[in-house]
Design a protein around this ligand. Structure first.
Ligand SMILES: [Cu+2]
Length: 338
């Protein structure tokens, strides 16, 4: 009995210490959505239960190891224990109730989070290797930034053009897969104006870790103003842009900028700054001058001339670009050299 009381007190002390310890670390970023309240609540509750169970096991094991260890000179056998039915039933039934409780609680919150609401803002999200596009079908707006008004429920309809991606804004807490050939749904009500980032939470290829898109949560009137500005400006008909402007737009839309920088920094692939006209060392030891022809080949058939020091992982998929688009990209690349 004495041992039991001491061990129980230790369990409580260790539980409190673990909870305080975990509480002092930033486990999750600041919360910025209404639905996230439920997620955080359940996350904290689970953390408390887990801390308690961890303490329970660790304290009893360590206590036994220290207090009931063999005394010097004692060579007798320990007592023979044949099991304890009451204990076994207890440690089966209690966790069962806890786990089922969490299951029911989670299901209730999930149905609340996914519930439809009148006046939802619909945003169609397309994930691609390696970037995101956002369409506001009710307003005819198309954007590479995700603008959202505060305190209005958003219905995201998600899809993908190539492989499975996962739409995730950590501050909103919830995420959903974007699957080619399918529309999946996710509902979120942003509550905190600010700048966030969409990340891809599904390992989807070489530049997966660079698959970001900016998220901007603003007041409703600012959102309206943004929409109106967009309607005037976009979708800008390609023929209204100079080839260089069009190339810059394509580089972003096609996800080239997930792998290539335009500021001289090396990312997954070589930077585009100063590329045109420079001498390119190739993998096979030869060098070529990056003229227009080289740039076209590099885009259409990336494996044919691999730049030294880089893996041959640029997608050979850009043959679908039209002549106009290819010319615009090349013009843009040329504009990055003086
Ligand atoms: Cu992805």
């Amino acid at each position: 009995m004495k041992h039991f009381v001491i061990a129980s007190v230790l369990v409580i002390v260790v539980t409190v210490l673990i909870i305080l310890g975990l509480g002092s670390i930033d486990l999750v970023p600041n919360l910025a959505s209404a639905e996230g309240e439920y997620v955080d609540l359940m996350f904290r509750a689970q953390l408390y239960v887990i801390s308690f169970i961890f303490a329970l096991i660790i304290v009893f094991i360590l206590y036994s190891v220290v207090v009931f260890r063999r005394k010097p000179g004692d060579t007798s056998d320990g007592p023979h224990i044949r099991g304890n039915t009451t204990l076994e039933i207890t440690w089966t039934v209690i966790p069962l109730i806890v786990v089922m409780g969490f299951g029911v609680w989670g299901a209730l919150h999930l149905s609340e989070i996914t519930a439809q609401e009148p006046n939802e803002l619909v945003v169609e999200v397309t994930g691609f290797q390696f970037g995101w596009r956002f369409e506001y079908p009710d307003y005819g707006v198309n954007s590479s930034e995700l603008y959202l008004p505060r305190d209005r429920k958003v219905l995201f309809r998600l899809t993908s053009t190539d492989v499975i991606h996962s739409f995730w804004i950590p501050e909103f807490r919830i995420k959903q897969d974007a699957v080619p050939g399918l529309w999946t749904e996710l509902r979120v009500t942003p509550t905190q104006p600010g700048d966030y980032r969409v990340r891809c939470a599904e390992l989807c290829g070489y530049a997966h870790s660079a698959m970001y898109a900016p998220v901007v949560v603003v007041e409703p009137d600012e959102f309206q103003a943004w929409l109106e500005g967009q309607e005037v400006g976009t979708p800008t008909p390609p023929e209204d842009l100079t080839p260089v402007e069009r190339g810059a737009q394509l580089a972003e839309q096609q996800g080239c900028l997930s792998c290539h920088s335009i500021d001289g920094s090396t990312q997954v692939g070589p930077t585009w700054l100063g590329l045109y006209g420079s001498e390119r060392p190739l993998e096979d030891g030869s060098t070529v001058v990056a003229d227009e022809e080289y740039l076209r080949t590099a885009i259409l058939d990336p494996g044919s001339q691999v730049v030294q020091g880089f893996p041959n992982i640029m997608p050979p998929a850009y043959t679908f670009l039209s002549d106009e688009e290819l010319a615009a990209l090349v013009a843009y690349l040329e504009s990055l050299s003086d």
